[in-house]
Design a protein around this ligand. Structure first.
Ligand code: KG4
Ligand code: ZN
Length: 375
């Protein structure tokens, strides 16, 4: 069964052709990162417009690379939630038009389920049940994957997602959007013990997490140093040469405005060590919850999903813990951690087998639970 799979929930337009849920025949991506970089984050209206420009030629390209024609498409799968509403709408409307024109089933797929399914491509023998640590840009949660389409959320973040936390700290350090990967690279060789950062424990569910305190502590540390030393505060960092007022502007408002230059009191932030300290802190919070969830559920396989699954520290820490516990660890190949079309084709196949298709009334949603409930 050839599924034409479409993704447009954030800043990548992606179209893939996937055969029987596991065999990727083509996987085409048009990234908008270079455009949004200028603004330090995704500008939703620009994202929607770029998706419209990219999606049609990308779909043609995906068919050509797969070596099939439109007549060989058996179904059309699309991310319908959650995401930037204007962006998701582009993919959904394209998918509806394609399904209608081809006379083939339309399969709506939830984006977190997409990310989980990236593991089916990297690990062809992986089958539910398993536990999945989902760490995407906007979501952090532990999901018990009982079957391909039957899942239970065991815990998650109460505030920022891990990816958001990385991105916001990276932005204050002057790293280009999205900063998670740059922060990861910068942390190599840093001293992770140099900056003790808070690790939140959440009342109630021990599997819940919180990253806003860590984010604020790291950003305050940078601001305090900048206030004392001006832009020269960032030692070995990438923002050292920039105007501090551009360095400290925070996504979503906030931040403080410093006089350009500041007063040189000699206080510096060791950027690699701060990045290493942040990475160690985020990783430890995630790994401890994953271990607890494994113990609670008795699952013998742990999968990881989402853009932050590319983080080298998290991958290393999870590998060590999985080995210690005698648990199988499934990490998606790096190219399947971030947004891509192949994972939509993988999950779409299983949604189809479960009878989860839609008609032309399908809508796009900015938020929806992984179980498809309104939030
Ligand atoms: O899953 P994804 O592509 O988007 C959502 O569906 O939300 O994840 C994007 C996130 C961004 O926050 C990005 O900074 C982060 O993944 N990311 C990383 C790394 N590579 C990407 N975070 C930490 N370390 C990395 N190596
Ligand atoms: Zn995503």
């Amino acid at each position: 069964m050839n599924i034409l799979a479409i993704e447009s929930s954030c800043d990548e337009t992606a179209v893939a052709v996937v055969c029987n849920g596991r065999q990727v025949l083509s996987d085409c991506i048009s990234s908008q990162v270079d455009i949004h970089k200028i603004y330090g984050g995704v500008v939703p209206e620009i994202a929607s417009r770029k998706h419209i420009e990219a999606i049609y030629p990308l779909a043609d390209q995906a068919l050509a690379v797969a070596g099939i024609t439109r007549a060989d498409v058996d179904a059309v799968a699309v991310t319908y939630a959650p995401g930037l509403i204007g962006a998701v709408l582009v993919g959904v409307n394209f998918a509806k038009a394609a399904a209608l024109a081809l006379g083939k089933p339309l399969i709506p797929v939830h984006h977190i389920r997409d990310h989980i399914a990236a593991n089916y491509i990297t690990h062809p023998d992986l089958e539910p049940p398993f536990l999945c640590l989902v760490v995407s840009g906007g979501h952090t949660m532990l999901v018990d994957v009982q079957d391909y389409t039957k899942m239970e959320v065991l815990g998650g973040t109460r505030d920022d997602a891990a990816g958001e936390c990385f991105d916001k700290i990276a932005r204050v350090l002057g790293m280009p959007y999205p900063g998670g990967a740059a922060l990861d690279r910068m942390s190599r060789g840093g001293d992770e013990k140099k900056y003790p950062l808070p690790q939140a424990k959440v009342d109630g569910n021990p599997l819940d997490l919180s990253f806003s305190g860590l984010k604020t502590a790291a950003i305050n540390l940078i601001h305090n140093a900048l206030q004392k030393s001006g832009s020269n505060a960032l030692k070995n960092g990438c923002a050292g040469q920039e105007d501090p007022s551009s360095v400290i502007r925070l996504a979503g408002g906030g931040g403080c405005h410093l006089p350009p230059g500041g007063k040189a009191l000699g206080e510096t932030v060791d950027v690699p060590s701060l990045c290493a300290s942040v990475s160690a802190c985020v990783s430890s919070a995630l790994v401890s919850r994953a271990v607890l969830a494994l113990q609670q559920t008795g699952r013998k396989t742990l999968a990881v999903a989402g853009g932050v699954a590319a983080n080298s520290r998290i991958r290393a820490d999870l590998s060590r813990e999985a080995q210690r516990l005698g648990v199988r660890l499934c990490l998606p190949a790096l190219r399947y951690c971030g947004d891509n079309g192949a994972m939509i084709g993988a999950q779409g196949y299983y949604e189809y087998l479960a009878g989860n298709t839609a008609d032309m009334t399908l809508n796009a949603y900015a938020t929806k639970s992984i179980l498809g409930e309104a939030l």
